[in-house]
Design a protein around this ligand. Structure first.
Ligand code: GLU
Length: 266
């Protein structure tokens, strides 16, 4: 496992299970504050940080008085609208405390297929990097079309990594990486490095994450495939102590799973 010290443009994807309490859906302020502090510091160290955040729907559901995340589209979309502004208020204020400006980018899947939209998003990223502003991305759930848009943010984060020309994609999650089986089974072995995402690897990635998140290990592996095919190293890493992100750039034995960029496909 290498140290990623040389990586300069980094996409960090954080899911609802990190940002919000599973029991209530409300913002986990302690974790969110720590996250903002670490990302601010990584930026201060000279990196360009792109932050992909989930959490709008569950934070919106809690704020809107729903009991749990709703299932019907109008309620989900209303919750996304309520929660997104709450998230951005928090991020804008918290990053501001570290003297960093943020920008909100809400994307739909047609950024892949529509050339003009893709170009516009790429231009926006480039200008934001020039301005030293931290782009904060979520899916534009309010205008989303069921099954055609980003219903989880793992795929979104890989697309974002491609669009912004990242050299590293980091997906934080409840487990510390990929295991050969159920992570709670002592027989399961931890996978440090993946050279090639084959059927064995996909077979290991069964089941979904948590009560509040939408993705799971499988969507992370699919996202990793998109990123590594585009020549972007990808890491799945645990969200228990977010200071582990420092280790990723400073130490060479950080516990995580590294999916190696496929330079042949470039
Ligand atoms: N866009 C969804 C939200 O902000 C997140 C989907 C996911 O959990 O990955 O609630």
């Amino acid at each position: 496992m290498p140290c990623f010290a040389e990586k300069k443009r980094v996409v960090i994807k954080v899911g609802s299970s990190t940002l919000a309490y599973a029991e209530t859906g409300s913002l986990n302020i302690r974790k969110c504050r720590m996250l903002v502090e670490v990302l601010s510091d990584l930026k201060n160290s000279g990196r360009e940080i792109v932050f992909v955040t989930s959490g709008a729907q569950c934070v919106g559901a809690a704020k809107g008085g729903f009991h749990g995340k709703p299932k019907d589209m109008p309620s989900k979309q209303a919750c996304a609208a309520i929660g997104q502004s709450e998230l951005m208020r928090f991020y804008s204020e918290s990053f501001g405390n570290f003297n960093h400006n943020v920008a909100q980018l809400l994307l739909t899947r047609d950024v892949i297929s529509n050339n003009e939209r893709r170009t516009n998003v790429i231009n926006t990223f480039n200008k934001l990097f020039e301005l030293s502003v931290i782009p904060i991305i979520n899916a534009n759930d309010v205008v989303s079309i069921k099954n055609l848009d980003f219903d989880e943010n793992d795929t979104l984060s890989a697309i974002v990594a491609k669009l912004c020309g990242a050299d590293l994609l980091v997906m934080l999650t409840d487990v510390d990486g990929l295991y050969t089986g159920d992570p709670s089974d002592p027989e399961s072995k931890f996978i440090d490095e993946v050279d090639n995402i084959n059927y064995d690897i996909i077979g290991m990635a069964k089941g979904s994450g948590s009560a509040v998140g939408s993705g799971g290990m499988l969507t992370k592996i699919e996202a990793a495939q998109i990123a590594v095919d585009a020549g972007i190293d990808t890491v799945i890493i645990g969200n228990k102590d977010l200071r582990i992100l420092y280790d990723l750039f400073e130490q060479d034995s950080t516990r995580c799973t590294w999916f190696k960029a496929q330079s042949d496909n470039l």
